[in-house]
Design a protein around this ligand. Structure first.
Ligand SMILES: Nc1ncnc2c1ncn2[C@@H]1O[C@H](COP(=O)(O)OP(=O)(O)OP(=O)(O)O)[C@@H](O)[C@H]1O
Ligand SMILES: [Mg+2]
Length: 327
């Protein structure tokens, strides 16, 4: 009897842990397939990043999850329901900042946010606190059209957060933000994650994805090229670590004699070694030349991203990536 109940309970548990499930989603615009068969799952409480070059299909995919666009085929389940056709039950549970945000015209920042708050049935305190979260309190009485680009973007983010949704979609929220505002937003988002909210996030800032996201999907030409934690992506990519040794301490020939050194080249006052076994090579360098002023640069998500998008993108795109790769 307990066995008979165990399976449904597990299934129920799995469903409770899944905030978004998309299966084999396709979307074509004219002759071009913007999303070409994408399946993924976003877990409850997860900070999920969608990365990929311009035109990879990120916004299209996110808008399908948000219920703003209909997929040609495949299945989308968001918070246990289908977001399409426009599902009003889901609206209060989701916060959406689109890549091209629209505002109520002829209103101040605060009036705009009060209007959004009223639409969701939350009070003015929520609007003021959202303005505070995005650092706009000092600009709240400025007309929306007189805000700077970055301030308008902050207002769009505040509009997505004002009703305290459990699922938040942010499409390149930091694109127009200054470095300080970007870091401030990271803190706001980390706070939201701590409260157990689920966040779907697109960005071209790979440091940001690495700092914030539990998992990222890298989209290339409408397909998932990789999906994992930033940590696993970086460690499984086999991108070499670079060691920079002040020139003159070790010759390239000596360096190439160290087991595990893949290449050794003089560049800008340093001897640059590439290796996939950095610990072993550092020990050898220490013995031969000492480690003082030796710098290491380990692989980052950006390296993984460039490797994936550089090698996979392109059939239908301009192939101007090659020249950039020449050192
Ligand atoms: N409404 C539309 N009509 C026709 N084509 C579209 C439309 N929206 C997007 N596309 C095309 O679909 C592809 C994917 O676009 P999408 O906006 O999803 O990319 P993205 O990954 O969000 O890019 P970006 O990083 O520039 O925001 C692009 O080739 C784009 O030109
Ligand atoms: Mg986009």
């Amino acid at each position: 009897m307990t066995d008979a109940r165990a399976v449904p309970a597990e299934r129920h548990e799995a469903a409770a842990q899944t905030t978004i499930l998309i299966e084999e989603i396709r979307k074509r615009y004219g002759g071009r397939e913007a999303v070409a068969g994408v399946s993924l799952q976003v877990r409850r409480g997860e900070f999920f990043g969608l990365l990929g070059p311009n035109g990879a299909g990120k916004t299209t995919l996110v808008e399908i999850m948000e219920g703003l666009r209909e997929a040609d085929s495949g299945k989308v389940t968001v918070l246990g329901q289908s977001p399409w056709p426009r599902n009003v039950e889901l609206l209060p549970r989701m916060g959406v900042q689109t890549q091209s945000s629209a505002f109520f015209v002829r209103q101040t920042a605060r009036e705009h946010l009060n209007t959004v708050a009223a639409l969701f049935g939350v009070g003015r305190e929520a609007a003021d606190s959202a303005l505070e979260d995005v650092g706009l309190t000092g600009r709240r009485d400025v007309m929306v059209e007189n805000l700077s680009g970055g301030q308008r973007q902050r207002l769009a983010i505040a509009s997505a957060l004002v009703h305290g949704p459990e699922l938040i979609f942010l499409d390149e929220p930091t694109a127009a933000l200054d470095p300080q505002a970007r870091r401030d937003l990271w803190e706001v988002l980390r706070g939201l994650k701590r409260q157990g909210r689920t966040i779907v996030y697109t960005t071209h800032h790979l440091d940001e994805a690495e700092a914030l996201c539990d998992r990222v999907a890298i989209l290339v030409d409408g397909r998932i090229a990789a999906l994992d934690t930033p940590h696993n992506l970086v460690s499984s990519a086999g991108v070499p670590t670079r060691l920079m040794i002040p020139a003159g301490r070790l010759s390239p020939e000596e360096a190439l004699g160290i087991e595990g050194v893949d290449s050794a080249e003089l560049q800008g006052g340093s001897l640059v070694l590439e290796t996939r076994v950095s610990g072993q090579v550092l020990t050898a360098v220490d013995k031969l030349a000492g480690l003082s002023d030796v710098q290491t640069r380990t692989a980052t998500l950006e390296d993984v991203y460039l490797e994936l998008t550089g090698s996979l993108a392109g059939t239908g795109q301009d192939g101007d990536n090659d020249t950039e790769q020449q050192a």
